[in-house]
Design a protein around this ligand. Structure first.
Ligand SMILES: Nc1ncnc2c1ncn2[C@@H]1O[C@H](COP(=O)(O)OP(=O)(O)OP(=O)(O)O)[C@@H](O)[C@H]1O
Ligand SMILES: [Mg+2]
Length: 256
């Protein structure tokens, strides 16, 4: 499958070429190739254990591939040192599956965390303004003083997204942003991902098992299967594929 014509003309902001990674001799990535275009929502799907979370971690240098190249905003990250990676992470934020909020910090401190770490010297009034703005963006205005323990799973997820947005990254990586949430929160988070694209042109890579959500938000999907990207394309393109592994994945039968 090929990207739609409009996507072809756009800049590539994220690219993997020939990425291989094994754990204890077992290959997880066996030649992963794919590109993400500026301003698109690319959904990465695939069976459990196929290496989707590892792939997101490789993009921001939390894990290193054994072989291959990963270009993020034009820079090769696989051999970067920690300092350079920190620089890349100013433009690329990740929302982890479990939200990963700091339980001992209130919501406002959680959202402000990256700002305080990475933009030292920013006046407190400006930190407060940005925190309030990001919480409003995720439909949780005014909850700065609440503690994470008092929030529902869906609210925690939205706070985690607000935290990821605080540094105004150009690329957002989401690991299972809607898994385990009730339909109202699934809808809210899906709408938020789309809004970030439409309002600020953020590029998103969304790992998900939630196929209705993937269908609703994706410009393109990529299917990771047996260590490789088996196909990329729009939902309609993927849905019309006759490849047996694509068909069995879509029918929910793909074994991990
Ligand atoms: N730090 C690690 N050490 C050893 N093996 C690992 C490590 N991290 C991941 N793996 C292995 O890599 C494989 C891919 O893991 P990963 O978490 O990326 O899968 P996934 O596609 O995200 O699955 P799920 O959909 O269940 O979240 C799994 O077999 C996992 O056990
Ligand atoms: Mg995972």
């Amino acid at each position: 499958m090929t990207p739609p014509a409009s996507a072809k003309e756009r800049a590539i902001v994220l690219e993997m070429r020939g990425v291989r990674k094994s754990f204890g001799g077992t290959p997880v990535h066996d030649g992963v190739d794919f590109s993400v275009f500026e301003g698109e929502i690319l959904t990465l799907v695939g069976g459990s254990g196929q290496g989707k979370t590892v792939l997101l971690k490789e993009i921001i240098g939390l894990m290193r591939p054994d072989e291959g190249e990963i270009r993020v905003l034009g820079r090769e990250v696989t051999r970067m040192g920690e300092e350079e990676l920190q620089d890349v992470r100013l433009n690329v934020s990740i929302v982890f599956q479990g939200s990963a909020l700091f339980d001992s910090l209130c919501v406002g401190e959680n959202v402000a965390y990256g700002l305080r770490e990475r933009r030292r010297g920013l006046p407190e009034s400006e930190v407060d303004r940005i925190v309030a703005e990001k919480l409003a963006l995720v439909d949780l205005p005014g909850i700065e003083d609440q503690m994470p323990a008092s929030l529902s799973g869906g609210m925690k997820k939205r706070v985690a997204i607000a935290r990821a947005l605080a540094l105004e990254p150009r690329i957002l990586l989401y690991d299972e942003p809607t898994t385990g949430l009730d339909p109202a929160n699934v809808h809210r988070i899906s709408a938020l991902i789309v809004r970030m694209r439409d309002r600020v042109g953020v590029t998103s890579v969304v790992v998900t098992h939630d196929m209705p959500a993937a269908k609703a938000i994706s410009d393109r999907l990529a299917l990771l299967d047996r260590g490789r990207i088996l196909c990329t394309g729009t939902w309609e393109e993927m849905d019309s594929s006759s490849h047996p592994r694509v068909r069995s994945f879509l029918e929910g039968e793909l074994e991990a």
